[in-house]
Design a protein around this ligand. Structure first.
Ligand SMILES: [Zn+2]
Length: 256
């Protein structure tokens, strides 16, 4: 079989079944069929049915993003279950996704933000990074990271207190940060950087060239991930780059 034909086969491969895909990661895909409230330690996670209509397009998007991760990472980060539901809330606050540290589960809302640019892709990685960061025991208190910030900078009151819809937009106007949301707390800063490195590497690379603080943060983030899990070193970033290139192929074809 020649290479071009093999590549074509990959392109026309039918989408894998969600639960089979999850199983290949040692995960359970839990698509909720009714309203629920899951009790966690000191908070509740609740939501409603993940409708077929919402799952129809989200399923593939989620699998595509998740396939970037090495399966060993699930064990290291102690993630056992991915819950899909709509109307997702932590206590009474609506969220696009929730990393539940004590339930060893990630929750994702397939409907919230559907069709808004890279929003859902970014959320998948941003929230999963919170899980990794918590497992690394660096989530909220991270002096090494905070010390990289511009002199005199202090973080805000956390992401929950910055719910402005524009806070997640990437900007070149804040030295040391990719988004306003990243200034709300050290945990959001790291998660934003990780997610944007995956969904808009070009933008981040451009900022890195002109911003020493961001360059230092990228370096530290990559160093930590590589040390945390074998498959999260250069091999991971190479597959991110490959996916980006593959995603932009149809656009290139259109331009030609
Ligand atoms: Zn966050």
């Amino acid at each position: 079989m020649n290479l071009a034909f093999a590549a074509l086969l990959l392109l026309v491969r039918p989408p894998a079944d969600l639960s089979d895909f999850a199983k290949s990661y040692g995960l359970e895909a839990d698509v909720r069929k009714s309203t629920f409230t899951d009790q966690a330690r000191g908070y509740t996670v609740s939501g409603t049915e993940a409708t077929d209509a919402a799952m129809e397009s989200y399923r593939e998007l989620w699998m595509k993003e998740w396939s970037l991760y090495p399966s060993d990472l699930m064990k290291t980060a102690r993630v056992k279950k991915i819950v899909f539901c709509e109307g997702l809330r932590v206590n009474e606050q609506y969220r696009a996704a929730v990393p539940s540290f004590d339930l060893d589960a990630m929750y994702y809302d397939p409907a919230l933000g559907a069709g808004i640019g890279n929003y859902q892709r970014s959320v998948i990685h941003h929230e999963f990074f919170h899980m990794i960061d918590q497992r690394m025991k660096l989530l909220y208190i991270d002096p090494e990271w905070s010390a990289l910030n511009p002199k005199g900078f202090t973080y805000g009151n956390g992401g929950a207190n910055m719910r402005d819809g524009n806070a997640g937009l990437m900007t070149k106007d804040i030295p040391g940060f990719l988004t306003a949301y990243g200034t709300s707390g050290v945990e959001e800063d790291k998660a934003e950087l990780f997610a944007k490195l995956i969904v808009d590497a070009e933008f981040v690379a451009d900022r890195v060239k002109n911003d020493k603080v961001i360059a230092a943060k990228v370096k530290l983030l990559k160093k930590r991930l590589a040390a945390y899990e074998k498959g999260m070193g250069q091999a991971f970033w190479d597959s991110v780059a490959k996916k980006t290139a593959a995603d932009s192929l149809p656009m290139l074809a259109l331009r030609a």
